[in-house]
Design a protein around this ligand. Sequence first.
Ligand code: GDP
Ligand code: MN
Length: 379
Amino acid sequence: MDLFEYQGKQFFARYDIPVSPGDVATTVDEAVAVAEAIADYPVVVKAQVQVGGRGKAGGIKLADTVEEVRIHAEAILGMDIKGHTVERVWIEKASDIAEEYYASFTLDRSAKTHLGMLSAEGGVEIEAVAETNPDAIAKTWIDPVDGLTEEAAREWVAAAKLNPQATEGAVDILRKLYTAYTEGDADLAEINPLILTPEGQVHALDAKVTLDANAAFRHDLSEYEATQERDPREQAAHERGLQYVGLDGNVGVIANGAGLAMSTVDIINQVGGQPANFLDIGGGANADVMAGALEVITGDENVRAIFINIFGGITKGDEVANGIVQALQRVDIDLPMVIRLDGTNAAEGRKILAASAEKVISKPTMVEAAQAAVELAGS
Ligand code: GDP
Ligand code: MN
């Protein structure tokens, strides 16, 4: 679950990470009111969209007066930044910047531990730094049992070669950021830029936070839930409780189990096609779930064929087949459909489909089904 910058800063503030005083606004008048409440010019007006490079796109402007706040808020609200429409601006007291750093925590899945990255070359995209000057990124791997000790943070800051003036502030912020990242159940907590001011203060000028939605039971995420920007297809899937990821191809995928769904996406690619999505319907392939899945897939206008890949385990093949038959009575589908049904009661399932869902083409193996679906999709 991705947070907007303003939500990230409010999240940081709860963990005592220094951010500039500010507030969010959805209208020009509100923006003016926020600036007047800060009452300490210049302020900065920042487009709230979940995409980087806002500054270059004209979405970040300094304002020396309330009139300038009005002008900038008017220009930025409604602006399109890389396909994202700006619906909110964040106004904060502007900072003087001596240096810009980069700091983040994320999960290193292959190392099975937390990864901290720190660089004296901040303010630009870290991917660019990783490409042109990888040595400028100091990495540290943190055992979750030990946490980030002050000693380890100090060594890490030294390795990143920040200005010595920034050491104390950086050590303090990094440890708080680590706490926010772990206690907040984040997948990513990034500050870019983390700044050093001419007065020697270190603080967060930007915030990029991704929270783990699987930890929702431990937190109140309703505020973030309400502002989620989703692909309309993903929104439709989310409303139906389906595990869906939108892709760019033309073969719609329905599979049971995340592993099988991923293999299905892979095999479509292998036989020269392009999957339109990843969709895991989980264990219960009943009519409701199947109808929901078919609605989501057919709602994607790029889809030319559907590949249903089911391996019956606890879920029995005949139940799946009955689910499909009933779902097809509820959802109108003109697209060709190919199914590979295997596992428990597969033969019974195929019989049911042959009798009551003659539109659905049955193939005995995954490869054959993928080839048929890709061919029917015309790719
Ligand atoms: P992003 O480009 O979308 O990641 O937006 P950021 O919030 O990181 O801001 C981009 C750049 O705008 C920063 O690297 C700064 O150089 C500049 N900027 C943002 N806020 C301020 C501010 O308060 N004062 C000054 N002088 N520059 C700022
Ligand atoms: Mn940034």
